[in-house]
Design a protein around this ligand. Structure first.
Ligand code: ZN
Length: 575
């Protein structure tokens, strides 16, 4: 071996050893697990099973207990502010109702079934635009004032940044409950599973549950390290503990989970997740509960007072959404054989009061005024007339595509929601600029843009609802995607997807397309039906689609799309 070769050999060996050492020391970049070291604070701190001794009531005593429920508030404070609506709703409109209930039942227990802090413009603003305000979210301030006892963690509550949810839990004077959100691989719950209260000598257990469908809708980094267990198993687990070790006399399960098993069943099974909507299944098969409360589906039941809820084996109550009112359950218990026995029940719904509570809104005025200024920001576009639903959707789809192209490049292909919302457009708004307020009405959801590498076959699957729509069939509004940057035309019953150069998209062609995080994560089941793998997700921008459209209308880099010109016009700038 020549000296030269020998030196190269040594160099190669040194190189290899250096590489080995580097590999030895190198650790793959850790995926941040935002919940790993977190511990609940505030009212939710320090849960433990307390092994309470049974209560022994005096023979023959009779008591009536009352419970009030709301659900799916989505941050909504008042139908008179931010995005005004005709029908009274919002937490501030429940103050008079609750005041009246408390005069009848001073020990009233007030609970909420979740999806509390996301949806309303004020929640969006103080979660994403000004998360540093140092104040609790307005809805949490109001709930603290109203004396809530506990709130169940809902899927949408994971949409604000993790730090906002963590600060919210800390700032709440009530407990946040979830008996099935576990820190993965650990025997540790994220939150307390239940709350035990005593009312007139009766011990009441209140358990909260979160829909295990959370990963279908929420960005992975928000819930990294968390696992959501099956609700039937979890309901059984905690009812046993509450009945046998805490010796509760009355047991209420508050579920952020709908009662219709079939809803989102297929997508959950494809994703190997426990079923998202099992409150009804629990009510039929887990016999230990005296009442099941079911949120998440935005249902309201019963509307009329009744002493019997017979649809399921255990009475199941659904408290509606957005603070449309308060659902109330009253239980009369009688002491027999040294135990409290349920004698009868009564269920009713109290509509939101016409007027919001003025003192509560006054307390929140600086925050509301700040959000109103944010919502009042104008675009360079004027409202000519009220759009029809069809005009709104056509214009909305065109704007979403244009705004995405403007932000992410001329080649951008979009598969974005085909349906916008059509709230009332007051007469006074006509002839005036489109503001951010209008955008919040048309696009109420906080979806962000995600870039996904897709095969032609997957694009065809994602456009299946579009095909059905073109054929005049009904599709779930949240599952309708419209193509941008590619054309989709019906040929008989079939959809031909055409690329920009006019060629048909083949099953094996590969394209990058922009979707919302809702659809890319699994919302409406599209992700599973198109068999989109996590690794196909190229980029999560965190850019809100609604904000992107707003910015485009504010800048107006080119003429309004044709599809918008029937009801929108470019503002005339005075010279
Ligand atoms: Zn929900």
């Amino acid at each position: 071996m020549s000296t030269h070769r020998w030196i190269i050999g040594v160099q190669a060996l040194v190189g290899l050893l250096t590489l080995a050492a580097a590999l030895w020391w190198w650790e793959p970049p850790a995926i941040p697990v935002p919940w790993e070291r977190w511990q609940p604070s505030g009212a939710s701190v320090g849960f433990r099973i307390q092994e309470r001794k049974p209560t022994v009531p005096a023979q023959g005593s009779v008591v009536t207990l009352a419970f009030a429920f709301t659900s799916d508030l989505h941050g909504h404070l008042s139908s008179t502010r931010l995005l005004p609506e005709r029908k009274p709703s919002g937490l501030a409109h429940l103050v008079p109702v609750l005041r009246q209930l408390r005069t009848e039942h001073p020990g009233l227990v007030l609970l909420d079934a979740g999806d509390t802090i996301q949806g309303d413009p004020a929640s969006f603003y103080f979660s994403h635009i000004r998360p540093d305000s140092g104040l609790p979210l307005p809805i949490i301030h109001a709930m603290n004032q109203l004396g809530y006892h506990a709130v169940v963690l809902g899927n949408h509550d994971f949409e604000p940044p993790v730090s906002v949810l963590q600060q919210t839990i800390a700032a709440s004077k009530f407990l946040w409950l979830s008996g099935n959100a576990w820190l993965d691989g650990e025997d540790r719950l994220l939150l307390p599973p239940y709350l035990v209260l005593e009312r007139q000598g009766v011990r009441v257990g209140i358990v909260g549950f979160t829909t295990p469908g959370v990963p279908l809708w929420i960005d992975p980094e928000r819930i990294a390290g968390l696992a959501f267990a099956d609700l039937v198993d979890s309901a059984q687990k905690w009812s046993k503990i509450l009945r046998e070790r805490e010796n509760v006399d009355l047991l209420i399960g508050v579920f952020h989970s709908g009662d219709d098993l079939r809803h989102d069943q297929q997508i959950a099974q494809l994703r190997k997740l426990p079923l998202p909507n099992t409150a009804g299944l629990v009510a039929d098969h887990v016999i230990d509960y005296d009442l099941i409360v079911s949120g998440h589906a935005h249902k309201l039941r019963p509307r009329k007072p009744t002493s019997r809820l017979t649809r399921f084996r255990t009475p199941l109550l659904s408290p509606g959404s957005g603070g449309e009112g308060v659902s109330v359950a009253r239980f009369t218990l009688e002491a027999r054989a040294e135990r409290w026995q349920l004698r009868d029940s009564h269920f009713e719904f109290h509509k939101a009061a016409r007027q919001p509570d003025a003192p509560l809104l006054t307390e929140l005025e600086p925050q509301l005024a700040e959000v109103e200024r944010y919502l009042a920001e104008p675009t360079r576009v004027v409202l000519k007339k009220r759009p029809t639903r069809k005009q709104l959707n056509a214009c909305g789809s065109a704007l979403q595509h244009k705004a995405t192209v403007h932000a992410f490049g001329a080649e951008a292909i979009t598969l974005l929601p085909g349906s916008w919302f059509l709230p009332d457009l007051p007469e006074v708004d006509l002839g005036q600029p489109v503001t951010r307020k209008h955008l919040f009405g048309w696009v109420p959801y906080d979806n962000t843009l995600v870039e996904v590498a897709l095969f032609g076959r997957q694009i065809a699957r994602l456009l299946e609802t579009h095909r059905r729509r073109l054929l005049g069939r009904r599709v779930r509004y949240s599952g309708w995607l419209v193509p941008g940057g590619i054309a989709a035309v019906l040929e008989g019953d079939w959809l031909r997807v055409q690329q920009k150069n006019g060629s048909s998209l083949a099953d094996t062609d590969s394209l990058r397309a922009w979707l919302t995080n809702y659809h890319a994560n699994g919302g409406s089941g599209l992700q599973a039906r198109a068999l989109i793998h996590d690794e196909q997700i190229q980029r999560r921008t965190g850019v809100f689609l609604r904000e992107l459209v707003f910015a485009w209308l504010q800048e107006l880099p080119e003429a309004l799309p044709e599809a918008c010109q029937s009801w929108l016009a470019e503002a005339v700038v005075p010279t």
